[in-house]
Design a protein around this ligand. Structure first.
Ligand code: SF4
Length: 495
């Protein structure tokens, strides 16, 4: 049995999901596999490359992995949010007009990207007579929307793929997979399977990177960048806007510390990797996981690897002992999604932490020996129930943390909540008539895009204008600081 994993084009990010999946399938079934990554191929040559690889390898199954279908992602290098804000909030008609044109072009770009990825799957389905599977975050979030737009028989996989792909490799048909998280179309009707159990991460064992390098020759193009390693799956929290618990499950499943350390050691010693990104939805999901985090980092330290690492980290339960291990094992930045400085807003978003515990945790990190590691503070401004006072509390929280680590090490990063399917924020927006009940999450009209970014009146203008000024006046890495300072002045009645 031959299985070809095809990563559909997206930003150049190491395909950790496909690597873990392929390693598991190899150990479970011995299937012959190959991984190809279309993100590394020039757009013009992708279609030809894909066809050539399928013809050359002759797989029985082609498994596409689709990372993001992001309708509107205000992330690095994507100016969509900026254009939208210019269009809706700039007082200057000329700026508005320019932003409208740029906005149309980025919407077209999203259309093209979605169409392009659908095109690779559809095109393959036309001439290839083996089985086609599509998985990855895009399918997990929008299963019916993706499968509904594809040919009958193509199987969508929601969430982790280890169990279901093993069954597929063993020849189990779509209709017999309804005890897995799958979705497929048959005679025009969409079928969805349900699954009650998840992969036991403890039993995964370390990835064999020698094998991975053999089946994924393009891996070498990632060795100088962040390579993803997973220490656990799942998240027990219920943050109002987050999809991770839906995708990975609410039960946290930890991997064995020695397996994680073995992977980092192989990557560093055999392949020269120096940067590791922990792809866990959350590295410290709760107090009970602190000892496991310590054991994992102790095992990594024992491997004598000269690496720097990062990941998503909640710090409210951090101890000095854990912070010491984090610093000693090479953490280069603490990315803290604190969302708001107001306990009322934090509670409304059900983020499950106390702001006073965050301040205490910062003191512990400092005490453990923090020197020049960056502290990124992710704020989601204008969240539901935000007021002028709560915004000022966020500014105050940022300043308090700055006092602990020093101004030069702390950077606030401004976000707006995106409304995503399967979240309570989506439910809230529908209940409060911000979104129609039957809205299409893949609609790309400027009106619907504006609604999917949560930034309602009356505070929308003051925040958006602060962002517009910041984009105009300072470097990208200073935008957060500028916005916080500007908001403080404006909300206190100044400038
Ligand atoms: S802690 Fe992080 S991963 Fe978990 S629900 Fe909250 S935002 Fe999502």
């Amino acid at each position: 049995m031959r299985l070809l994993h095809v990563r559909l084009p997206c930003r150049k990010i190491y395909p950790a999901g496909s690597v873990y999946l392929a390693d598991y399938i190899y150990r479970a079934t011995g299937a012959e596999q190959r991984i190809i990554d279309l993100a590394l191929i020039d757009k013009d040559g992708r279609k030809k490359f894909l066809r050539r690889e399928i013809e050359r390898f002759g797989p029985d199954v082609v498994a596409f992995s689709w990372r993001d279908i992001q309708i509107f992602s205000p992330d690095h290098g994507d100016r969509s949010l900026e254009n939208a804000f210019r269009f809706y909030y700039s007082p200057n008609p000329l700026v508005k007009a320019r932003a409208a044109l740029a906005g149309i072009s980025s919407i077209l770009d999203y259309h093209t990207r979605i169409k392009e990825n659908m095109g690779y799957i559809r095109d393959t389905a036309k001439w290839y007579d083996g089985r086609i599977v599509v998985g990855g975050p895009a399918v997990s979030v929008f299963p019916e929307h993706v499968i509904g737009r594809l040919e009958e028989g193509i199987l969508g996989v929601v969430g982790e793929g280890e169990h279901v792909m093993t069954k597929i490799v063993e020849g189990v048909e779509n209709k017999d997979l309804l005890d897995e998280r799958v979705v497929f179309k048959h005679k025009g009707r969409i079928y969805r399977g349900e699954k009650k159990r998840f992969v036991k991460a403890e039993e995964l064992g370390p990835v064999n990177y020698e094998y991975v390098a053999e089946i994924f020759p393009q891996m070498k193009e990632y060795l100088g960048e962040y390579v993803g390693v997973q220490t656990k799956r799942g998240c027990l929290h219920r943050c109002m806007y987050c999809l991770y618990p839906y995708i990975e499950g609410k039960v946290v499943r930890c991997r064995r510390p020695e397996d994680v350390a073995s992977e980092i050691s192989q990557l560093h010693h055999a392949f020269g990797v120096k940067k590791i990104w922990l792809v866990d939805s959350q590295f410290i999901p709760g107090r009970t996981y602190v000892p496991r985090c310590i054991d994992t980092l102790d095992a990594v330290i024992k491997e004598k690897v000269d690496i720097e690492w990062g990941g998503y980290i909640r710090i409210e339960n951090i101890t000095v002992a854990l912070a010491e291990r984090m610093l000693r094992s090479g953490i280069m930045q603490f990315e803290l999604s604190i969302a708001s400085g107001s306990q009322r807003v934090i509670d409304f978003l059900t983020l499950d932490y106390k702001i006073k515990d965050i301040f205490r945790a910062c003191e512990k990190i400092k005490k453990a020996g923090h020197e020049d590691q960056r502290i990124l503070l992710n704020f989601s401004l204008n969240a539901p129930t935000e007021t002028r006072e709560s915004l000022l509390e966020s500014v105050a929280a940022y300043k308090k943390i700055e006092d602990v680590f020093g101004e030069e090490h702390v950077n606030p990063v401004i976000f707006f909540l995106g409304i995503q399917p399967h979240t309570r924020l989506e439910k809230y927006a529908i209940e409060h008539n911000m979104l129609p009940k039957n809205y299409d999450p893949l609609s790309l009209s400027p009106r619907s895009i504006r609604k999917l970014i949560y930034n309602p009146p009356p505070l929308d203008k003051v925040i958006a204008r602060a962002c517009l000024r910041a984009w105009q006046e300072v470097d990208r890495d200073q935008v957060g600081k500028y916005v916080m300072e500007h908001l403080e002045t404006r909300l206190n009645g100044g400038g």
